[in-house]
Structure formats: C-alpha cells, structure tokens
Design a protein around this ligand. Sequence first.
Ligand code: SF4
Length: 258
Amino acid sequence: MWGIIINRFKQGFRTTLSYPKEVPSFPQRFRGKPVLNNTADTPCPINKSKDPLGAVASGKKLTLDMGKCLFNEDLKAICPKGILTYSQDHRLAVSKKKDLILQGEEVKLARALNEKTRKIFGRSLKLREVCAGSCSGCDAEIQAMGNIVFDLSRFGIQFVASPRHADGLMITGPVTKNMELALKKTYEAVPHPKIVIAVGACAINGGPFQGGRDVHDGVDGLIPVDLYIPGCPPHPLTILDGLLRLLGKLENKENNFR
Ligand code: SF4
C-alpha cells in the first residue's frame, strides 16, 4: 500500500491540462501529417510491395491519400529522399473523404457541425464505440483517451454502453461482413440527430484488409460518415482534435506544429 502511494507521488502530475491551448510535444519517432515536396521533378514510382494500398499517386502532381496511408517508413522509402516526410503535426481529421488527399502541406481540417446540432452536443457528447473487425490498435488508442493523460471526459465527451443512450458512433475496423448487420442495427438504434466517426485507415478505406473477401473496405459504403480520422492507429490527440473541431471548439486554432 505504501509502495503504491510513494509511486503516485513520484509519478507526479500527468494530465495534459494545458491541452488544447498548448499541445504536448511528441517523441521524435512520431509520424504525423505527411508533407509532400511537390516542387521536385522526380516522380515517386508505384511500388505495390511498399505501398500496397496505393496511397501515393504520381499524376501531374504528387498526391497522397491519408485515408490509405499506414504512416509507415516504407512509404517514405518509395520516393526519392526528401519528397515525402512526416511532420510532428497531429491534426489530421477531416469532414469529407476527398479532403484526405494531400498535394502539399495543407489539410482542410474538419468543419464544425451546424449550430443547431452543436447546441445539442456541444457540452455533452455520448458516443458508442463499435469495433467492426479492427485489429484492436485503434480501439486501444480510443481507450487511452480516457486515461489520466488525456482525460476525455473533461471535454464533456463520454462513451456509453447502449446506442440508445448515444449521440453517435465511433467506428473502427474495415467492417467485416459478419459485423455489417450489427453495425446497421446499432446505427438505427441511435436517436436523431446523430453523428458517425470513422477512426483509422481500416474504417476509412479497409486499411491493410482492403479488398479482402470478407470485409467492406470501410464504413461509408454502409452508413454516412461525419468525421474521418486517418492513422494506423491515430494518436489519441489526433482523435481528440477531430472531436473538438466537430464540436466547434478548435476552429480558429491554426498553430504550426511542425
Ligand atoms: S487502422 Fe491500423 S491500427 Fe486501426 S484497426 Fe486498422 S490495422 Fe488496426
């Protein structure tokens, strides 16, 4: 017992209470928003073994689909050095799928919900999480948002057990065929107005399971999505940033986190 108390004193204060005013620094190995150097003439060759989802496309301009990006080092390696890098910017969530396609540095970050819906959800948002065939990586990051570091509930956002008590769904995984009916029924059980959040490459496009016989390649072919949060898995602060933008609490914060 004394050991636990002494350890708690040693650990000190951990909650990132200054967030979102100040964003905690990320470790050097963190891979945030990809940055494309589109001034370079050399195109990135197509490389199915290092970019199996086809995230990088070399047309007139080089593009990168963050929804298909697994944020791995292999992806960087297919382009000549310096053309594709990862920044320390954790802000990646968007409202429309087409906004996931990058041409340079700019990301059209998620827009706030309309005023009427914000009035309903702004101070208290209850979400039901649905794991629709994920590897559990994204679910672990969602769960981490509830720990003392991120302390999600201080923003009035909580997870609930029943969709009937929820204002929306947070979905992970590509949606396996086995989960299709369960997901649709869960969606129908949430009262109007409701929101749907797709977390991770799988929920957006199928991720590493894309094209699989028993999966749906993402949520939006089955139910409408209001917020896309890319990553494999996304960092808890990336998810939190998306939620706060949706609720209109971060709209004007355009700090540079590079
Ligand atoms: S996006 Fe990555 S971490 Fe998330 S469920 Fe899919 S494979 Fe797992």
